[in-house]
Design a protein around this ligand. Structure first.
Ligand code: ADP
Ligand code: MG
Length: 248
């Protein structure tokens, strides 16, 4: 089933002081779709990602995952049920190998085994998960290198591998192409397209060419509210988007 709604928000609102960083945000994320969030700086894109991951609580409104209300769940609980988000580099241990980094993430999902043997993950049920994640992010060939030795692009691939090791169904990615060169971006886009059949992906991205190359659905936010949701063709054709965002 490719059109299954995995994540849905209903009139999500988050205020900071007097400012509504998100207001009346109702969006759907479907399995098999890359959904891109667009909008000028300060539009509320990162706030929405944070509300979906649980990193910040909503002021009002609801978040549903597979039909269940998860508005009150913690980030860890959301991660356990299949909502994965990347944290730019902050969750990479530079002195550890690529494989160890991915293994630690797999272990965080099932910490009990680690209490039996500290290195249980080396021969436990995670091996498969770890190998699969390394393969999906094309890092199997450098699995035994230290994370610090990776290129910038490879480190971004590792961040994604760390999320994939938690076996998510939903991927929340805030600017996964940031700071990447053209070749690195293309590689990451190809990698994400390869993941989409089995996942729902919500990503924030500024580069219009990249967005149109990667997204099935786009939502444009301005001043905390959703201006429009549509296909790349619909967004391109929208006069209000051009006026409000593209500046044309
Ligand atoms: P975007 O990611 O689209 O650039 P953000 O979601 O980061 O936008 O920010 C939306 C608005 O909310 C901005 O005006 C920003 O200053 C404000 N904001 C975001 N996070 C905080 C915070 N932790 N405290 C206060 N204001 C915040
Ligand atoms: Mg942001």
């Amino acid at each position: 089933m490719t059109n299954e709604v995995l994540l849905r928000t209903v009139k999500l609102r988050r205020t900071f002081g007097g400012l509504a960083a998100n207001d009346r945000v109702s969006i759907e994320l479907k399995r098999g779709e890359v959904h891109a969030l667009l909008g000028p700086n300060g539009a509320g894109k990162s706030t929405l990602i944070n509300l979906l991951s649980g990193d910040i609580p909503a002021t009002s409104g609801e978040v549903f995952y597979c039909g269940r209300d998860i508005t009150k769940l913690t980030p860890h609980e959301r991660s356990l049920i299949g909502i994965g988000r990347s944290y730019q580099k902050t969750n990479i241990f530079p002195g550890f190998t690529v494989r160890e980094n991915v293994r630690l993430a797999a272990q965080s999902r099932e910490p009990r085994a680690a209490r039996i043997f500290s290195d249980a993950a080396a021969f436990g049920p995670y091996c498969e998960v770890v190998d699969e994640a390394l393969h999906l992010v094309r890092l199997a060939g450098v699995a035994d290198r230290k994370a610090s030795e990776l290129s910038h692009g490879q480190q971004r691939q590792l961040e994604l591998g760390i999320v994939l090791a938690t076996k998510p169904r939903v991927l929340l990615l805030d600017e996964p192409l940031a700071g990447m060169g053209h070749e690195e971006s293309l590689k990451m886009i190809e990698l994400l397209r390869g993941l989409v059949a089995s996942h729902a992906i919500l990503l924030v991205e500024h580069d219009m060419d990249a967005v149109f190359a990667i997204a099935d659905v786009l939502t444009v936010m301005v001043n905390g509210v959703v201006l429009i949701t549509g296909t790349p063709q619909e967004i391109r054709a929208s006069r209000e988007v051009r006026e409000a965002y593209l500046g044309a």
